[in-house]
Design a protein around this ligand. Structure first.
Ligand SMILES: [Zn+2]
Length: 387
């Protein structure tokens, strides 16, 4: 099947209620009531704190990647293959076969990462990335969250330069990723020590969310410890949390349990990668929504979308549009524009049109792309921002 290139820029801006000429305006008229935010709430980007209304002019992508170590995906894929092998039942189809096409969901090991024209890994090539983000901005993206942190090799100064040069606000994530990627000291640290380490991350860098915080497969003892510490750090700082669940959507409810056990309001949480859980009855999806959390359909904008469209439509029809969060978890150069792919805006330019074709209204799609991520990201800081 050939990849749909999705909408033109004009069509993508149309779903956001923006004329092409009005794309740079901070606000636009809309029939739906604007979301309200607590007094003093901000969206914390690397360069500055925004009032949530200032980012109402376009879509916000709550889970993407612009910076991690150049061997990160190689390690990720090796662990994924190993995990699938361990979980495989005799006679079962290859675990990757259920959800290929949308980002890193395929079962086969990828070829060595191709480089940019200047010979660099794309996430190390500032000029390349700035150009990609400028394109995303022109296609209707007003803010983008990077889901990396130190243990993934995220370089916050690189993100800062990217934001300065592209003009696109970037929210930096914080935390620890998942068992195979933890720094080795996590195994011996207490929950309290991890909690303190998380507060230090927030003090050191302008973190705007904890994420992505993962359970790699079935949740481990160390991961439970990290989840509780992240939950406590979220309660202390008011920062929101977005998660990574193992394939397909494993331990989703336990992740939410762990956060709620330490006092986190589920409204501050996105349980991620639930698009990977292709269940026509959307049982776990609905269970998470009923508890008030967001669910991430966050590897969208590719051929795998065909499986997620009916799930999303079912959840919209069930009244859970307020709980849906979309993104693409971009991870490979062939997903970028100059790498021949649909680019960072692909959630908006490729996935959203498929939902519209399936009957979702412009208004509900605008709310999901524009209002839900701002409601999620907006928080009232307990301490003034340092830099
Ligand atoms: Zn991710």
């Amino acid at each position: 099947m050939s990849e749909s290139r999705g909408w033109t820029r004009r069509e993508a801006l149309g779903i956001l209620g923006m004329g092409v000429a009005a794309a740079s305006l901070p606000e636009f008229a809309s029939a739906a009531p604007a979301p309200t935010f607590p007094k003093g709430a901000v969206i914390r980007t690397i360069l500055k704190d925004y009032a949530p209304d200032e980012l109402a002019g376009g879509a916000t992508l709550f889970h993407e990647h612009m910076s991690w170590h150049d061997d990160f995906m190689t390690r990720w894929t090796e662990h994924a293959i190993e995990t699938r092998r361990e979980n495989a039942l005799p006679g079962a189809p290859p675990p990757g076969g259920a959800a290929q096409g949308a980002g890193r969901q395929g079962g086969a090991a990828p070829p060595p990462p191709p480089t940019t024209p200047s010979g660099k890994y794309f996430m190390n090539d500032l000029d390349y990335m700035v150009e990609e983000l400028k394109i995303a901005k022109s296609e209707g993206i007003s803010c983008i969250v990077d889901g990396g942190h130190a243990d993934m090799g995220r370089d916050i100064n690189f993100l800062r330069q990217m934001s300065q040069q592209s003009g696109l606000p970037i929210v930096a994530g914080g935390g620890f990723y998942s068992q195979p990627f933890y720094p080795k000291e996590v195994a011996t640290m207490t929950e309290e020590q991890i909690y303190q380490a998380l507060l230090k991350q927030v003090e050191t860098d302008p973190i705007g969310a904890f994420g992505e915080i993962g359970s790699w497969d079935y949740i481990t003892k160390d991961e439970r410890k990290v989840f509780r510490a992240v939950g406590r750090a979220s309660v202390t700082t008011n920062l929101p949390i977005f998660t990574h669940t193992g394939i397909p959507g494993k331990s989703a409810l336990e992740q939410l349990d762990l956060f709620e056990d330490v006092g986190v309001d589920p409204k501050r949480v996105v349980i991620g990668h639930l698009g990977n859980l292709v269940d026509p009855n959307v049982e776990i999806h609905r269970a998470v929504c009923r508890r008030g959390a967001f669910i991430g359909f966050d590897r969208q904008g590719g051929q795998g979308d065909v499986q997620q469209v009916p799930l999303v439509m079912k959840l919209i029809e069930a009244g859970y549009a307020d709980n849906l969060m979309f993104a693409s978890d971009l991870s490979a150069i062939n997903q970028t524009k100059k790498g021949g792919g649909p680019g960072y805006a692909r959630t908006l330019t490729v996935f959203v049109p498929k939902l519209k074709a399936a009957g979702a209204s412009d208004e509900v799609l605008r709310q999901i792309m524009q209002d839900n991520p701002r409601r999620f990201l907006a928080f009232v800081p307990k301490k003034p921002r340092k830099a």
